[in-house]
Design a protein around this ligand. Sequence first.
Ligand code: DQA
Length: 146
Amino acid sequence: MQHILIIDGPNLNLTGTREKQIYGAREQESPDSMEKKFLDRGYQVKISRFQSNHEGDIVDALHRAAAQGITGIVINPGAFTHTSISIADALRACGIPAVEVHLSHIYAREEFRRHNLTAPACSGSISGLGIEGYHLAVEYLMLQHS
Ligand code: DQA
């Protein structure tokens, strides 16, 4: 069975209450609820989530992922998307397929959000589809192994 790790970066613990007009009014979905939705559609998947506001903690989580049997990563690095060489390097180093997700459409916002260091270290990126983006990313990773 596949084990997908969802990694959320800084401020994503505030999703649902923070700048709702940009990030939406829905809270991040729990891994259990996501697993159940996939199960209802006939897919068995284990989903774990890790959220941190600290860059090094996200790097550490990526380093641990292989030993934990993680088969795919869905990552929303938050603002670290635009600044973090260390998260991009850790994504490459961990050797696990990863998809980047952004709740908002980062290419339709401020110029600085178009500068993306982490997406090139991932298989692809989903931007602007709200929390549905996480589901689509998990589904993509599952299709890779089916
Ligand atoms: C974000 C986009 C980033 O630019 C921003 O700093 C975030 C959230 C998104 O999900 O849309 O914190 O990653």
